[in-house]
Design a protein around this ligand. Sequence first.
Ligand SMILES: [Zn+2]
Length: 390
Amino acid sequence: MRRTPKFEDCFAELIRLPTVSSIDPAHDLSNRGVIDALANWCDALGFTCEIIPVSDNPEKCNLIAKRGGDQSDSNSNAGLVLSGHTDTVPYDLSGWDTDPFTLTKKNDCYYGLGTADMKSFFPIILEALERLADTKFSNPITIVATADEESTMSGARLIQEQNKVAGRYCIIGEPTGLKPIYAHKGIIIEEIKILGRSGHSSDPNLGNSALEGMHDVISTLRAWRDDLQTEFINGDFQIPVPTMNFGRIHGGDSPNRICASCELSLDLRMLPGMNLEELNEKLRDKVRETLVASGLKVEFNAMFDGVPPMQTSRNSEIITLSEQLTNNASETVAFGTEGPFYNDMGIETVILGPGDIDVAHQPNEYLQINRIEPMINILSKLLNHFCGPK
Ligand SMILES: [Zn+2]
């Protein structure tokens, strides 16, 4: 007998509940509805559920649901973790042909906000477990649902910090078109603000130009970028070197005034093997050194804590088995995930899910219906392989 609602009903319920996360408080919403629904369903399937607020705000939570194996042994490194984020990006209603919060079946696809990225993963997990109802699992199964992946990754950071999740392997069902992903780059987004002194343009001694200071900083960073791109090359990536994009600059207000303030935002993407914290420190040191004799002040404003690069060994069993089950060689992707946080905990992780990244973060996001059965199958086989009867 089924213990959770039908696949389509679970999916529709998760899509119906808005869980936008954004660093802009005007768009940021709770994920509690989705967490509570998942906890109820996991509970019905015999899981022990823990709902954990990720901050002082009880409306932003992670769910950790565990079943099977020896739960008293928190250091057990056996078993499989099935992980996904509950939040979506903000949406632009004017671009949608259907209601983003109504799961709509059309053209052999399910439309709705989060269908591909990545609410669909949860009803797929439930469906696989329903079908395996008679299996006596010997190793633990852990379902993790996180908050705020699309904004700060605070949910995954807390999972790592609290160390309550154990397992040998992890699968994260981000949209990869059913291809196993073993690596991605890391991301730093930094804002550099230089503060000088304004003055009449006719006499340079009257002020100190922040804009000229920024010019020097950009020259330094471009030279450093050249060095990084010579030192670090990884042919597994489509863009095989670290990148640094100067995406936004703003400074000054008038040609006849010395520029008192200039801001630059940049996006630095590092390869696996490059350390995010060290790189961020180096970046700041380079900027400070450049300005040291100028009398200009500098402030740094990280928009968020960055995403570390991820790399799971291609020889890891979670990767080789995923390759076999999907009939696809493992690949790298250009987007960041929660994977590196699990890898850091010693839980070897594959990113593998049914959606397509091309339709994620877009109006009319959809999931192709013919991806669902294969994904349920892949999960069932992974569960049997890693957790099934001895
Ligand atoms: Zn995602």
